[in-house]
Design a protein. Structure first.
Length: 365
């Protein structure tokens, strides 16, 4: 009996068979990459909680840029990232660029009244910005742009700040360059508030939140059907509800439901139920645990105080429960919103945004 190969991709940064939602974002950036004039989307910051698809989007955007004739290089924010960018660029563009060369006078023959001899100096410019300028200029002469993507923004990393500052100079010089960066909301916020790179406050900032249920269902159904299987309709509806608009959870539920009976053409209701159960356990281990560990004691008290409400919580009630000043509670609220744990539901009202974090907190009690 043949086994249907699993098309779902719950691994870090893998590109899914069908992207759920984000169509307007992709269209805007594709338009900018195609435009003969510089558009603001060429500098884009993606922020969102873990599992919202930031890394996947960077991969998709890099692929799109390459399809449109750009050279794309991608790094994770860490020590040595600038060297990594340069090495990748030289490798991708080696057939398009010439070695940096300068002609210098090596000697003067006075006896022959001014005879000069020359030699080629193969030394490269000493700093990163200068070396990059030489390469980018040669690419731009061929109307080839450079896209740099940075994942896991680290605002405390000096190279992160240096890249952003140098990129600003490239823009001022009219270079055909683009910069897409992604990170947790708190790290994006800290970076753009750095005075050295304050220009990033004018970049396009996209907050990646939940995806609409109809987009999740559409992407899920297409992924299943295009790979030769049929989803049980009731099971699919249940899965969409449990996925709660979370891209990573969609891939995880799909992956586990598919593997429940890979020889059957139909993904049954019980397959979906099994997939949902396993996916929720993995969601806790891979997303919720890490998020909880990063919260401050004050943040933990805030979200635990929210558990007293069956639904959303009023800030005024939380101030009373926590016995803290409004200013202190406002700080907790701000940090938790930036971390993607909670979201605003109206003036003075908040609710959990990270799927199943409420249930996770209850389990921890």
């Amino acid at each position: 009996m043949p086994v249907f190969e699993n098309p779902f991709t719950p691994s870090f940064g893998e590109i899914p068979a069908h992207l759920a939602g984000r169509k307007q974002l992709m269209a805007d950036i594709e338009r900018a990459l195609n435009s003969p004039r510089r558009r603001p989307e060429l500098t884009t910051l993606l922020s969102g909680a873990r599992g919202t698809g930031k890394t996947t989007l960077l991969s998709l955007l890099s692929n799109k840029a390459e399809e449109l004739g750009w050279i794309a290089v991608g790094v994770t924010a860490m020590l040595g990232m600038l060297d990594d960018i340069e090495i990748q660029l030289r490798r991708h563009a080696r057939h398009l660029i010439e070695a940096e060369r300068r002609t210098t006078i090596s000697s003067i023959d006075i006896a022959s009244l001014g005879g000069l001899s020359f030699e080629v100096d193969h030394r490269t410019p000493e700093n990163w910005r200068s070396r990059m300028e030489v390469i980018i200029e040669q690419l731009n002469e061929r109307d080839i742009g450079l896209l740099i993507t940075v994942d896991e923004i680290d605002p405390d990393l000096d190279e992160m700040v240096e890249l952003s500052a140098v990129y600003q100079h490239f823009i001022r010089e009219g270079r055909k360059v683009a910069l897409f960066m992604a990170g947790l909301p708190s790290n994006v916020s800290t970076l753009i508030n750095n005075k050295t790179v304050s220009f990033l406050r004018r970049a396009q900032t996209e907050r990646l939140g939940r995806i609409a249920d109809y987009d999740i269902e559409d992407a899920f159904r297409k992924t299943v059907q295009e790979n030769g299987r049929i989803p049980d309709e009731a099971g699919l509806k249940c899965a969409v509800e449990k996925i709660a608009g979370f891209p990573f959870l969609m891939q995880l539920v799909g992956y586990r439901a598919w593997d429940a009976s890979p020889e059957s053409q139909t993904i049954s209701f019980s397959d979906f139920a099994q997939g949902i159960e396993i996916a929720h356990r993995e969601m806790r281990d891979r997303i919720l645990d890490a998020t909880y560990r990063e919260l401050s004691p004050g943040d933990v008290r805030f979200v635990r105080a929210m558990l007293a409400d069956e639904g959303d919580s009023r800030i005024a009630d939380l101030v009373a429960r926590l016995d803290r000043s409004s200013a202190q509670v406002a700080q907790y609220r701000k940090r938790l919103i930036e971390a993607g744990v909670i979201g605003e539901r109206g003036r003075g009202v908040v609710g959990f945004d990270l799927p199943y974090f409420r249930e996770y907190l209850i389990e921890q009690q």
